[in-house]
Design a protein around this ligand. Structure first.
Ligand SMILES: NC(=O)c1ccc[n+]([C@@H]2O[C@H](COP(=O)([O-])OP(=O)(O)OC[C@H]3O[C@@H](n4cnc5c(N)ncnc54)[C@H](O)[C@@H]3O)[C@@H](O)[C@H]2O)c1
Length: 452
């Protein structure tokens, strides 16, 4: 069986927000990649050497990997020519939690048909997020039926999700904390292990296991992190009301306890994006499916959905009805244009519902925001324009450029700007010249100020 040798060529099916940066990063590390997508625009874009999606350093990595990277719309042809086939197509959320396989199974049908004709051993890797039971269930069954071969013998089948954040996909993919592999057989797991050791920059630990443990581990990582974020947010709410308290002082201290750790422990806005919220709901749905309860992810999700309203309420308590309120940051995090489940968008919506005149600005997400917010807010050309026209501004996303704003940005502001800083990101200078309200820092005499 050819499963043990390191891959010479890999196929990446799905050239979206995760697939195209992965394809480019693999190619840049010297492994031949055949990218596949149903969308001809994405295929053409890769073949022209241009990024099909917005992602940090993607253009540079496509250039660097160009010799090893090509794209096609033809799944069977890509499968015939590759040793490992990664599937990174969408798995949309189901209404009550969990992920649909409606894009993934058609891709598997085509992969299976190609495997029927192919002599060389091929390892199929599901990278899309799926519910526990999917890889060993419908996905395996579909591939076996179409190929006439058995997973683990006639072809390899692994589940190997990625723990990347949009905006740093390439860095995260090349420098993972660990790699998760659910495997049909030891040879396929070893083949994938060798592939990651070759491609990653940090020789990561590869945790190898059966499918269902890997599927559960993926959800467990994300639900644990969201619980941690929500815990820090709870501390921020308490600190805000507790004289002398400052959430950053507390989280900085407790994060040094290695049992807790400092990452994702910052009381700020809620979490958002295409993975965290839905993985949480999926964990709750999984618990229900097996006749268990999962109050923790349910509570985390419930709490997280109160955060935008809390921020809007804080603004409401500081300005007159109908005032002009700016929202800085609409993407779900810095360095991306993705607005899915974005707290900045939710805050803007809450403020609009409250009857405020809302101004918005984001360095990358203005176009995507317009699709959701329509003509209701004023779209500012830059952060300065937002600050100058508003009575109050919320820093909803810690974009680096927001932390570099100074009093110059205010120009000839008509009054004293109320600055609600959910991330404590503003410069010292800007804090001094505004009515500065750091979220999670207790109100002391003279406003919400940090003690010197
Ligand atoms: N984006 C993230 O932050 C992230 C992080 C971890 C995991 N994931 C998972 O990765 C998967 C993909 O996410 P994404 O954000 O890259 O999605 P995306 O929507 O940005 O891209 C998916 C791509 O797959 C293509 N596609 C759909 N069906 C296809 C088919 N049958 N054959 C070939 N191409 C097909 C689409 O045209 C699209 O270009 C999802 O399961 C998601 O949960 C995403």
């Amino acid at each position: 069986m050819g499963g043990k040798k390191t891959a010479q060529t890999v196929a990446v099916i799905g050239l979206g927000k995760l697939g195209s940066p992965m394809a480019a990063a693999i190619a840049a590390r010297g492994v031949s990649v055949i990218g596949v997508d149903l969308d001809p625009a994405k295929v053409d874009s890769i073949n022209r050497g241009e990024p099909p999606v917005q992602e940090t350093n993607l253009a540079a990595y496509i250039r660097r990997g160009r010799k090893h990277l090509r794209a096609t719309g033809d799944i069977p042809a890509a499968v015939m020519d590759s040793d490992i086939v990664f599937i990174i197509v969408p798995t949309p959320s189901e209404p009550h939690g969990g992920f649909s396989l409606r894009h993934l199974l058609p891709a598997c049908e085509e992969i299976g048909r190609a495997l029927r004709k192919k002599k060389a051993f091929t390892t199929v890797v599901v990278t899309s997020t799926v519910m526990p039971g999917s890889t060993g269930g419908p996905i395996r069954e579909c591939l076996e039926k179409r190929s006439g071969k058995t997973a683990g013998k006639g072809f390899g089948l692994c589940y190997s999700p990625e723990f990347i954040a949009l905006g740093s996909v390439i860095h995260d993919f090349l420098n993972p904390d660990f790699i998760l592999v659910g495997e049909s057989d030891p040879d396929s797991g070893a083949c994938l292990d060798a592939f990651y050791q070759k491609v990653c920059e940090n020789r990561p630990h590869v945790a190898r296991m059966n499918y269902v443990n890997a599927e559960l581990s993926k959800l467990a990582v994300n639900t644990f992190i969201t619980t941690k974020i929500t815990y820090a947010n709870m501390l921020a709410h308490i600190c805000q009301q507790l004289p002398g308290a400052d959430v950053d002082v507390v989280t900085e201290a407790i994060g040094r306890d290695t049992r807790i750790g400092g990452k994702y422990l910052k009381g700020a806005t809620g979490y958002g994006g295409p993975c965290f919220p839905r993985d949480n709901l999926a964990m709750a749905a999984l618990a229900r499916r097996v006749g268990e309860t999962a109050p923790l992810p349910e509570a985390t999700d419930r709490e997280n959905r109160t955060e935008a309203r809390r921020l809007a309420a804080l603004v409401r308590s500081k300005v007159k009805p109908g005032a002009r309120v700016g929202v800085l940051g609409l993407a779900y995090k810095p360095d991306t244009d993705v607005i899915e489940e974005s707290q900045g968008i939710m805050v803007a919506q809450a403020l609009l519902e409250d009857g405020f005149e809302v101004l918005v600005y984001d360095p990358l997400a203005m176009e995507s925001a317009r699709v959701i917010l329509g003509d209701q807010p004023v779209y500012c050309a830059n952060a300065e324009a937002c600050l100058r026209q508003a009575d109050a501004v919320i820093i909803a996303v810690p974009w680096k450029e927001f932390g570099q704003l100074t009093d110059k940005a205010l120009g000839r502001h008509r009054g004293r700007l109320v600055l609600v800083d959910a991330w404590r990101a503003a410069s010292e200078n800007l804090r001094k010249v505004t009515e500065y309200i750091p979220v999670g820092v207790a109100k002391t005499a003279g406003g919400n100020k940090r003690p010197a």
